[in-house]
Design a protein around this ligand. Sequence first.
Ligand code: HEC
Length: 148
Amino acid sequence: MKRGLILPVVVLAMIAVASGLSSGADAPLPSGVATAGRSAFVGEKPLVARLPGHTFDLPAEAVRCINCHAPSTGTTGQTAFAPLLTSRYLNELRSRRGGPGSRYDPASFCRLLREGLDPAGVMVNTAMPRYDISPQGCDDLWAHLSSQ
Ligand code: HEC
């Protein structure tokens, strides 16, 4: 009698947990700029970029931010080799690449994407592509990362 009840209860609990998890994962993304920025970050919206010193554009699939800036536990299965870009990481006053303390704002973030210079004027690693990106494109990515 008792054993007959336990299994259905356990199964029901598992279904409840699984449906709770999947509805979380399928939840709609917030609308507006964060969505446009997310699309650019993951490569749904193609970006144009090249390596510093090179004259040819890299394939769009090679310059997706998420290729390099994914969390190491992320879905790409790769280990991130570039910093995880969170609102805190970008906004806190910290020494970057041995330079003086600095933090990003929308303008310095856009300069970093285009020219590879961080807020203190220190050049980032040449593995980071340099982007042909509009002010709107920068703002969209900034809004997305500010929500992370
Ligand atoms: C091919 C790999 C690669 C791609 C693609 C890439 N990055 Fe990077 N990025 C890097 C690396 C490596 C660094 C660290 C450079 C360093 O510390 O010198 C970096 C640094 C940065 C920084 C500076 C962080 C700091 O510490 O100051 C920002 C911001 C950034 N990337 C944003 C982006 C965004 C946004 C995209 C997409 C538009 C992108 N990156 C695409 C490799 C990449």
